[in-house]
Design a protein around this ligand. Sequence first.
Ligand SMILES: Cc1ncc(COP(=O)(O)O)c(C=O)c1O
Length: 360
Amino acid sequence: MLDSPTLVHGPKAVAFEHDFAAFTGAPYAVSVANCTAAMHLFYFSMGLGCGDEVIVPAQTHTATAHAVELTGARPVFVDAEPRTGNIDIEQIESAITPRTRAIAVVHFLGAPVAMERVVAIAQKYGLRVVEDCALALGTRINGRHAGLYGDCGCFSFYPVKHMTTAEGGMLVTRDETIAARVRAQRAFSVDRNAGERILPGMYEVTGLGFNYRMSELQAALGIEQLKRVNTFLEIRKRNYELLAQELADIDELEVLQGDHSGTQCSYYCLSVLVKEGSAHKRNEIMLGLKRNGIGTSIYYPKPVPHMAYYRTKYGYTDRDFPVAARISSRTIALPVGPHLTSDDMRYIAAGLKKTIREVR
Ligand SMILES: Cc1ncc(COP(=O)(O)O)c(C=O)c1O
């Protein structure tokens, strides 16, 4: 509930940052307009620009690449590994050049990236690490929350995420200097916000910056949603496990791996891949499910470098990034969200089996 007349720069955003830091274990949390803004802010704060390069997974939302591109730097894409859809860590070093300044990773659909290995490569070459945690609220690696291995972790509170503020995002970091810089640059780099001004309206501008703030309305929503996140995560896990079990005997499908030893997935959805031989049936299966009232989606429709903008600008072709392309063309994302029950999972599994029989 909003109990102050302040709509921006107020106590709710501060309280939400405090609660989010406590939930993730982050020393610093900075609320922002959305996850894309969080990543862009971080790159801007490190002075990324023309002539620089950032390693970016090919299998992600375009936001991960756009955040680099917006600074004038170039995203250098690396293919996915087939089990999880996460960046293929084996291929990172060969993509590094003298121009590389950072490595971006995405915990794909909440599946934890092996962060120790990524951080070791980054340290070897003196690179920054950005964790795109848009789908990874609740993802943990050896007990540490995703976003706290790299220099920053960027979260999204867009409506279909693990929790929502309608639009919104959070940047977490273990580094006080990064936190202070992005805090200033998310609000024009003015030295005093409204509540801190001795003479009303008087402030200094100490650098460039954006308007990437989160409003008090969004923060108030965030505080309430965050209280329910553990319950949401438990239901997601239960739904995911039940659905995976129900689908285990469908020969045409392969389930993308979520967590593995020592890790915890956020179970954003259950992504099945339609196997070789049946792959051309993917769209028919999705339409069949839709007719039965089962909502599905695709993460993501194409590898980002196959999208028209990146293909035209950098000359990528369909032959590049074969693993990401295989996932994109075969995946069906099935819902496991907290609004769904065990019976819904059984209904989805039965609907999938029926539809596959029909399109065989
Ligand atoms: C992996 C990934 N990163 C970033 C984003 C962008 O998040 P936002 O809409 O909060 O900017 C998304 C959106 O779905 C996403 O899936």
